[in-house]
Every structure is written in C-alpha cells, then in structure tokens.
Ligand binder design. Sequence first.
Ligand code: ADP
Ligand code: MG
Length: 467
Amino acid sequence: VWKNCLVFIKDNIQPQAFKTWFEPIKPVKLSENALSIQVPSKFFYEWLEEHYVKLLKVALTKELGESAKLVYIIRMENTYGNKEPFTEKIPSSNRGAMAAQEMDVPIKSKNPELRNPFVIPGIRNIKIESQLNPNYNFDNFLEGDSNRLARSAGMAVANKPGGTSFNPLLVFGGVGLGKTHLAHAIGVEIKDKYPERTVLYISAEKFTQQYIESVKKNTRNDFIHFYQLIDVLIIDDVQFLSGKSGTQDVFFHIFNHLHQNGKQVILTSDKAPVDMQDIEQRLLSRFKWGLSAELQSPDYETRISILKNKLYRDGVEIPDDIIEYVAKHIKTNIRELEGAIISLIAQSTLNKREVTIELAQQVVEKFVKNTKREVSIDYIQKVVSDYFEMDVATLQSKTRKRHIVQARQLAMFFAKKFTKASLASIGSQIGKRDHATVLHACKTVDNLAETDKQFRKYIDDLTKKFS
Ligand code: ADP
Ligand code: MG
C-alpha cells in the first residue's frame, strides 16, 4: 500500500522534496483501513501535516478507500524513551521495544467543517511504550514478612494510581531483594487495570542519559514535556541521581508537575531517604511526601517458598532437603538464591548427575565464596557481644573477669580470621590493645579450641554467624 502511495506522491512533487520528506518514512503496519508510518521526528510530522496533507490524503484514499486512516509513529530515538533492549532480563519478544509517540489522525473526518482533517484536537492519541517486563508481576512476587508492607503498598498504588497517599511510593532495600521486580509488578498491574493510562518504567541511569542527550541536542524542553505526559512514572534506582544536580533539577520539575496533576510516581532506591547522599534537600523532602517502604532480607520460610515457586514454574523437581539446604545457606539476596538453584539444575543436567546434597554443597559454596563480603571488626564485636549477652563497651573494657576476657579474645580471633586488618589495627579497635595482646588472644583461642569442648562450641556457633 505504502509503495503505491509513494509512486503516486512521487509523480506529484519535486524529486528533492520527495527525497527529503518521503524517503525517510517507514511503513510500520497496516490494519484494516489504518496505515501506520514511522517518521523520524515530531518536526517531520508537523512538516508533513502542513505541506503534504492533501497529497497524502489523496494517495491513501486511492489505496484504502474513503475510511482510510493514517497513524504517525514518531520515533523518539534515545532522547526520550529508548529502543534498546532492557537491561533486566526480558523475553526476546520484548526486545527492541521502543518508546513511540503515536498519533491517530483520521484522514476522513465526520465533521465537514474541519478544513484540515489531520489535526483534530482531542482525537490525538499519544501512546508511549511502557518498557515493562511482564515476567515481573505480582503473581510471582511472593509475599513474606520481609516484603509485606512494600508489596501491599504497591498493590494499593496499582489499584488507584495517583489516588492514594502513597505518592510517591518509594521502595528501598539492598541488592537483589526485589525492588526492580516490585516496581515492574506495579506498572504491569496498572496497565492491566487501566490500559488507557500511560505508564513508563525507566532506570534512573537511562533517565540521566536521556537528559544529558537532550541538553546536548538543545531539546531539554521536549524532554520535560515528554515526561509530563506520563500518568505513572516509575524510576528505578534513584540513588543513581546522587551528585547529578542537573538531572535532579529536571526531575524535580517533572515530579512537581506530575504530582500536582494527580499522577503517580514510583521510585526505588538502595537506601532509605535519610541515608541518601548528594541528593538535593528539596528532592529528598518530596521523596518523603508519600510512603517509603523497605524490602528486607527474606526469612527462611519465604526463601523456601521463592525457591519452590521458581522450580514449579520451571517444571523442575528437586528433593526438599536440597531446597532447604540452599535456603539455609543463601540468606541475604534473592537473586543469588535463584542463581544458586539455576546453576544447580544446570550442573545436574549438563553432567547428568542427580541433584544430591554434595552437589548442592559445592554450588552453594561457590556462591557464598564469590559473594562473601568482608565482615567489619565492628560487626564482629557486635555479634560476639550479643552472643555472650553483653554490650560492646563491656567487651572492650579493662576487666579481667574470665568470660569477658574470653569474649574479647574471641572477637580478636575472628577479626584476624575474617578481616584483612593487621594485628595492631585489630588491637586498637578492640579496646585499645597492642598487637602482642591480639597475637596472644589468637593463640589462646586456638589452644582452647582443642582442649575445651564448651569453647569449641562457642567458636562453631560464632563462625556460622560470620559465614
Ligand atoms: P533488586 O532490584 O532489589 O536488586 P530484583 O528485583 O532484581 O532486585 O530481584 C532479584 C531477583 O529476585 C529477581 O529475579 C526477582 O524476580 C527475584 N525476587 C525478588 N523478590 C522476589 C519475591 N518476593 N518473590 C519472588 N521472586 C523475587
Ligand atoms: Mg534493581
């Protein structure tokens, strides 16, 4: 159809004009009487409308009849939405999704008074691709104590976007605890309930890139304008904005506009607002307007159900004791939890081995080792004091009471074992002792470990807490 249109158009205009204005157009789809064409920019669209509307109309009517419709898709390139694949895992069918502004403009108007049927106010219908990952939904976001508040706040927002006091909704928590998943789930649910609303998911990093690009291209106002069109704006990892005052500034304006117009804003961050650094005060205070909900590390039960759910969805069966083993050893990060089970399944299929506890041990060990963060001396002192039910000041004190001396020596021993700190540094941090004291402590602990059963148990118990 488009080819035939072009032939007709070519015959009727200057070759140079044809080259400039019609060659760059890409036909995108044809459904019944509506042809969608992609144009490189908004300016392009406006030019076409101004100069070639009649020609287009005639050409299209010839092909599709009186009821022909033309839909412009304005390509946003990197400036606004983006056409690149998601950074998160996404099924291939969604790859390459791009943000586009579509304008439905009927060629044939029912209203004969309208001279230029291409520009009928109110009929324009702007569509923006949401960039949502449908695999991240509420159904597979399992509930537990660790996420109950954030999850139900998310549900509430999804039921009434912009209509709750949770605006903005800020979800915060450590790495791999489900912030991105929950953010998508809210968007997916809103799209499901309110298909006509414009939802946009974007990482703070992409947002920043787009902003910088817009400054370069002198299209900062277009950038702001684009974001002000959105009904539900989801920005992931806002901690990325720290120190970026230009982006913060533009986001501040967009935020105010959306908020004032009852639009919903959803943010995620790896820190609570109070702990965010290098974010402007006025922006931080906006973040606190709504609700900040934390995603905590999942408890054992939740870890088990996440694993079981994952296996069930993948159609894989693994004995319970192995699931329990994995859930017991990988505690603080759901992504790692999933990673371990996936690699376990992979190993067993590749090597045609049964999934045994031994295999699970190997896999888990690798995961724990690779991701183990160094514990701090402060943390060690805290854990040891807690274990012996004393406070850290007591542990560090000069007293010679036997159980306190032992606790202190254990803290030194673990500091040597689990940190890279020097003996001197350990000594100075644990109650201002010198390096000889620390060395002596380590030897004492080693000796007692071999001779004293009770003491051995202390070491074992505490070792588990650090690994
Ligand atoms: P974050 O953005 O906080 O780093 P993600 O949202 O990327 O974490 O989550 C990491 C992985 O854990 C994802 O694969 C996600 O699907 C999974 N996950 C997180 N929370 C849950 C949950 N409550 N139920 C099921 N899967 C979860
Ligand atoms: Mg994330």
